[in-house]
Design a protein around this ligand. Sequence first.
Ligand SMILES: [Zn+2]
Length: 498
Amino acid sequence: MPKFLCLIGLILSGRKITEGLFSYIKIMALIFYNTASRKKEPFTLAPGEDFVKMYCCGPTVYHFAHIGNLRTYIFEDTLCRTLEYYGYKLKHIVNITDVGHLTSDQDTGEDKMEKGALRTGKTVWEVAQFYMDAFFKDWHRLNIEEPTLWCRATEHIKQQIELVKVLEEKGYTYRTSDGIYFDSLKFPRYADFARLDVENLRKGSRIDMGEKHAATDFALWKFSPTDKKRLMEWDSPWGVGFPGWHIECSAMAMNYLGPTLDIHCGGTDHIRVHHTNEIAQSECATGKPFSRFWMHGEFLRLGDAKMSKSSGEFLTVDLLEDKGFNPLDYRLFALTSHYRNYLNFSWEALESAREALKSLHKKTDPLMGKATKVESEEAKKWQNEFKDAIGDDLNMPRALGLLNSVLKTELPEGEKAALVLDFDRVLGLKLDEPRKEIAKKPDANAVDDSAEIESLIVQRTEARKSKNWQESDRIRDLLKEKGIEIKDGPQGTTWVRK
Ligand SMILES: [Zn+2]
């Protein structure tokens, strides 16, 4: 064919090719908000790699997980599922902090694990095992996918010591009477990640610096106190002690994933100190960027529920179940808001999520077992829209909206079912199974009956005064049935719940 004809052919088909290419790019582009650049950026694999190297900061296992923390893991789960939906393979690591996380970010205060042991009267290892098991149970109840690997800080002490040694050899550390510290002044980019005003931070004399050279320095290795025996301690080139909290994440992440990760996740509360310190120590040790993407989940705001917390009610998955919620109701609730926005928790909002999930099941249950293939142009259009929504920085509220829209279409049942199952690979609401109703615990939501008890006690006192023993005994038995024990003393009658 003469060359000019080829050229004409190319010009004529050019428009079509470009359009096709644009729609391909639009659909295929996976875009994430990167905390490091404060921008949305297209995500692709690092050159020469065939899987995504992902590290997520896990729980400190000294207490039950709060549903606010679990919101972060649900966000990370949608990230993993979205990457998988886009065809990526993952190496996803989550750590378990079972040592070194102090009650203050200033490297002072008590070790949360040792405090947990004192509170419960168990050994620190038993505490870790107990809350780790509880955490895994929550994880599965929320249908969060299993990571490639869980790694415990106490099982990686050697790697942490090695990393501190590298930092020491490179001149980034100094010693005080209570530990080995990272010298943040030697890392000029220290403030960049969190956009910290370090000038003011470092000037702040209110911060208890101890022997630290700068307020932004942090402990890499802490020495065991001389006046009391710690429950967890290890030998090191610097003396007996335990690792600082931040070093474990760098050491374990680099041990399993190499010097540069693709995505590092956590909660927004990690940005200022924990992740800033992880970056400083990792990049000083290797001279390479620590992670290409940083993604952070925003807080769950408690609103009215906070008052319940102060009255001793700690919001856990167990508590949700006690109140008759399926943990997946909470998962759906978490998906109704974008992960970078605050989400306001209230029992009413959770009830709405429960109703929404029930109504979803009403529509999807009859379709199960009928799935065919996504074949028609219309069905493919819905599928592409869904892929576009999740690929646009994990827009789960839009993805949920698309699921509802698909259920309203006139698509054949087989295709509808196929789309539901396809979308649920990312939403993780277990729409392929019948909904499991959770029985409410009889005493959950118990009304405060103190006033009624007081009134019964007054009636009983009156009955006793008028020597109506039958009535006074009847009231005593009634109170006993309610689990109230009364004591008559010179100051009157007192009562306690048994
Ligand atoms: Zn971490």
